[in-house]
Design a protein around this ligand. Structure first.
Ligand code: ADP
Ligand code: MG
Length: 183
């Protein structure tokens, strides 16, 4: 069965590193929105990613990557969505969208402790041109909103019911990722 890997973790957790491993070991298509954002908005300074405009454009990039990723998986390629996916709802939506297409979704969680994260992100910022600047305070604070996947998610258990107000997870996804065509 074709697999869509959902890579989950905070910045510096090692998501892209793992995604690149899967790209090789599973002959998978790796979709890393950071790469697209840096390529499209290549004149951005290191802090421009924080603007509302850029955050909205980022969501639109992700929506198109969900579209192309799900299509590629339908065509038989394993796909790696190297997104971060901090919220359980995002993961539920993508698991639901995959299941609706007869695809297997596999949540891959990379936990990281703050001190390790801080040193990795600092090293990466120094060594890789074009990286987004992330402050120590941001890195610390983001452990709050981040929702680690539970055992149920990690083992492909039942997908939770969609939040009130949405007919299906596809409707929820169309709001979260406005460029996703939901068809
Ligand atoms: N398991 C690991 N142990 C040590 N360093 C790692 C590990 N995984 C990734 N790194 C390093 O940490 C930095 C961040 O990794 P990266 O994969 O870019 O994280 P993310 O995509 O989650 O932000 C990179 O410089 C990478 O080489
Ligand atoms: Mg990354």
């Amino acid at each position: 069965m074709t697999t869509v890997y959902l890579i989950v973790g905070l910045p510096g957790a090692g998501k892209t590193t793992r995604a690149k491993e899967l790209e090789v070991s599973e002959s998978a298509l790796r979709l890393t929105p950071d790469d697209w954002q840096m390529a499209v908005f290549d004149t951005d300074g290191p802090t421009r990613w924080r603007s509302k405009e850029r955050a909205d454009q980022r969501d639109r990039i992700e929506g198109k990557l969900v579209e192309v990723g799900m299509r590629a998986a339908e065509l038989g390629l394993d796909v790696v969505l190297d997104f971060g996916l901090w919220s359980r709802d995002e993961r539920s939506a993508l698991r639901w969208i995959a299941a609706a297409r007869g695809l297997r979704a596999q949540v891959v969680y990379l936990p990281v402790a703050f001190e390790e994260q801080r040193s990795r992100v600092a090293d990466r910022y120094e060594s890789q041109p074009g990286q987004f600047h992330l402050s120590e305070d941001e890195l610390r604070r983001w452990h709050g909103p981040f929702q680690a996947p539970d055992e149920e998610e990690l083992h492909g258990g039942d997908i939770p019911a969609v939040s009130a107000g949405y007919a299906t997870w596809a409707h929820w996804a169309a709001e979260r990722w406005p460029s996703w065509p939901n068809s």
